[in-house]
Design a protein around this ligand. Structure first.
Ligand SMILES: NC(=O)c1ccc[n+]([C@@H]2O[C@H](COP(=O)([O-])OP(=O)(O)OC[C@H]3O[C@@H](n4cnc5c(N)ncnc54)[C@H](O)[C@@H]3O)[C@@H](O)[C@H]2O)c1
Length: 283
């Protein structure tokens, strides 16, 4: 512990599992109280308890970021409990989700890959979870940060925006929107001393991959992820801690002169090698 976030208060949406969970565990050990805003109550409560043991009091707040009222309540409760919000980490997201409302409510929405299969309902779900919820979380925290002339916002986008691992147009269109959100908000909030940055993860081993891996025999799942990791220049799958460490840097004073940036954390993606050895192949 280096106390990089002394007496700070963070909201980490999507903090129950994966990168958000790692971020909460790390932040709490650096002096930061965390509110874990997530739909996954069981895992969220576990993460909050574990993070609390690392240092600062952390809480779970049940919050579906596709519901604007729940976002408002989460931010209001955080300010009521801790008196302020210094940091927002936007980690909630995914590409396989439960459908809301209508005849198909509760059913799992899985994409059929390809532009010809795009359906309005799935598109709307992707935008609500991966973009709109984050826009409105920023809207709710911004006034509290502006009032104190201090704030750090870190939003999780995806390397797939630039380097699609396969067709996932609706999801990556929403993740591209996160970049627009980060850059524009960085400009707007800079006069208030609020830093806004985005992280673009490459493939990272988290529950994000569970729906995809459920299609692979159980004994081959680890190998499938390792193989995915080998496609990065550094040749390994990312760890949730790789993203948490970057979120810590961007939320601390170590990065106080950095705003409006998108940081690749993808084992070297988008670098790629020339197939035939580059210069060596022609000389
Ligand atoms: N794992 C990867 O390879 C990868 C790569 C690029 C980007 N991402 C992005 O990273 C972020 C974190 O994902 P992860 O890899 O840690 O996976 P994850 O599934 O472990 O984490 C996502 C979290 O979001 C929560 N969540 C889902 N729907 C929600 C909702 N409606 N409201 C509130 N919370 C909700 C989940 O319960 C979970 O805790 C996501 O935005 C994901 O799209 C992941």
């Amino acid at each position: 512990m280096k106390n990089l976030l002394p007496d700070k208060v963070a909201i980490i949406n999507g903090g129950a599992t994966g990168m958000g969970r790692s971020t909460a565990l790390l932040f709490a050990g650096e002096g930061c109280s965390c509110v874990i805003a997530d739909i996954n109550e069981a895992e969220g409560k576990k993460t909050a308890a574990e993070a609390t043991k690392n240092g600062k009091e952390c809480l779970f707040f049940k919050c579906d970021i596709t519901d604007l009222t729940q976002i408002r309540d989460c931010v209001a409760e955080t300010v009521k409990k801790f008196g302020k919000v210094d940091i927002l980490v936007g980690s909630a997201g995914g590409s396989v989700v439960k459908r809301r409302g209508g005849a198909s409510a509760g059913a799992v929405a899985k994409p059929r890959r390809g532009i010809q299969y795009i359906e309005e309902e799935y598109y709307d779900l992707m935008m609500a979870l991966n973009l709109k919820g984050h826009v409105f979380f920023c809207k709710e925290v911004a006034p509290h940060m502006i009032a104190r002339k201090y704030g750090k916002i870190v939003l999780i986008s995806s390397q797939g925006v630039y380097n699609p691992p396969g067709p996932a147009t609706e999801y990556h269109a929403a993740k591209a929107g996160i970049l627009g959100l980060a850059f524009n908000l960085a400009y707007e909030l800079a006069p208030h001393h609020i830093n806004v940055n985005a992280i673009l993860p490459g493939p990272v081993k988290t529950p994000f991959w569970d729906p995809v891996l459920s299609m692979v025999p159980e004994d081959k799942r680890d190998a499938a992820l390792e193989k995915l990791g080998q496609s990065t220049p550094l040749g390994r799958i990312g760890r949730a801690e790789d993203i948490a460490n970057t979120a810590l840097f961007l939320s601390s004073e170590l990065s106080s002169f950095i705003t409006g940036q998108a940081i690749n954390v993808g084992g070297g993606i988008p670098l790629s090698r020339y197939e035939e050895g580059g210069f060596a192949g022609i000389t």
